[in-house]
Design a protein around this ligand. Structure first.
Ligand code: F6P
Length: 366
């Protein structure tokens, strides 16, 4: 019987539970045994009760829940060689050599690295007597599939990442709520949204929430942006608009690389207009709460495909990333997705913003 491990790793995201549920049930349907590896790679290293077999009914009722019921962590220990060796030892000890990781860019990069080092680790563990010769022979390779769980939508290889749609709903609701109080007082609000170095959440919710202005990491404003911003807000007021909403991505910066924070925008407005704009930093509200219908559907469909991928994989199969493209489930090489994602970060760091945006678009169609 094939044994599949499933873990959620890195920051949580709405829809991770839908993926776990689909993986457990699709695995059982295919006559495999599915094990939860709790608290991400941290649980793989700790072993013991952190690696537990899940039954069909163990995942009942988790579909509408936010977060991840099997826990997640950002593991520092997994970055060390000994941490990885211990994780391999524990997985092999439980007969697990197929793994589905639901996590962000960092978790998937680390998982892929472990996958490549697996044969070397198996040899080392066998020589050290930490696993038996039979165990080493039975688990020559790790078959891996990744699902991208992150509200940031910052990964190449999938049009959407699990959690992004739910986060957009949460942010849009917040902007609607803020707009009504802003209108009453004829105020300006600056709303900071998450996303690390990716401006997807900011751009989409600025449009969905009817904001006046937005700041995105991929599109740092030209010098003089302070006056242009004031001008745009003023024109809105002149046209009868009572509220002004500015959405700023947490990773936004100017062309010198100096961060454009909500406080900085507030200070610029104060200096130019005398208005004391209010700041709302949405924070982890964006990552919590019930997943949207889209996230539940997408995570379920990708979870089923990930099971199919790890069961089909042979010793030479490259690890895959399972995602969606134009509402169809796809599997692409994890290596390329990870490399292309890092390439975009480099382009942004080097100030080549146009190339970064084009690369992000091209990534979706690979
Ligand atoms: O990657 C998801 C994310 O929510 C980012 O948008 C944000 O910058 C970060 O995680 C926050 O991390 P933490 O939950 O560790 O505070």
């Amino acid at each position: 019987t094939a044994r599949i491990g499933v873990m959620t790793s890195g920051g949580d995201a709405q829809g991770m539970n839908a993926a776990v549920r689909a993986i457990v049930r699709a695995g059982i349907h295919e006559e495999a045994e599915v094990f939860a590896i709790k608290e991400g790679w941290q649980g793989a290293i700790a072993g013991g009760d952190n690696i537990t077999q899940l039954s069909w009914s163990d995942v009942s009722g988790i579909l509408p829940k936010g977060g991840t019921v099997i826990g997640t962590a950002r593991s520092m220990e997994f970055k060390t060689r000994e941490g990885q060796l211990t994780a391999v030892e524990n997985l092999v000890g439980r007969g697990i050599d197929r793994l589905i990781v639901i996590g962000g860019d960092g978790s998937l990069t680390g998982s892929r690295a472990l996958c490549l080092a697996w044969p070397e680790y198996i040899a080392e563990l066998r020589e050290a007597g930490r696993i038996t010769v039979e165990q080493a022979a039975a688990h020559p390779r790790l078959r891996i599939a990744g699902l991208v769980g992150s509200i940031d939508n910052d990964m190449v290889g999938t049009d959407m990442t699990i959690g992004t749609d739910s986060a957009m709903h949460r942010i849009t609701e917040a902007i609607d709520a803020i707009s009504s109080t802003a209108e009453s007082h004829r105020r300006t609000f600056i709303v900071e949204v998450m996303g690390r170095s990716c401006g997807y959440l900011a751009l989409m919710t600025a449009i969905a929430g009817g904001a006046d202005y937005t700041f995105l990491p991929e599109s740092p404003p030209r010098p003089g942006w302070e006056d242009r911003m004031v001008d745009v807000l003023q024109r809105g007021r002149d046209a009868g608009r009572r509220d002004s909403i500015i959405v700023v991505a947490e990773g936004a910066a100017d062309r010198e690389g100096v961060r454009i924070t909500a406080e900085r925008i507030q200070a610029e407005l104060r200096e130019r207009t005398g208005e004391e704009a209010r700041i709302t930093i949405l924070g982890h509200v964006q990552r919590g709460g019930t997943p949207s219908a889209y996230d539940r559907w997408m995570a379920t469909a990708c979870g089923v495909e990930a099971v199919r991928q790890v069961l089909l994989a042979d010793d030479d199969t490259e690890p895959v990333l399972v995602g969606v493209h134009r509402d169809e489930v796809i599997a692409v090489p994890l290596l390329k997705a990870v490399e292309d994602t890092h390439h975009i970060a480099t382009l942004i760091a080097e100030g080549d913003y146009g190339a970064a945006v084009r690369a992000r678009g091209a990534g979706f169609t690979q």
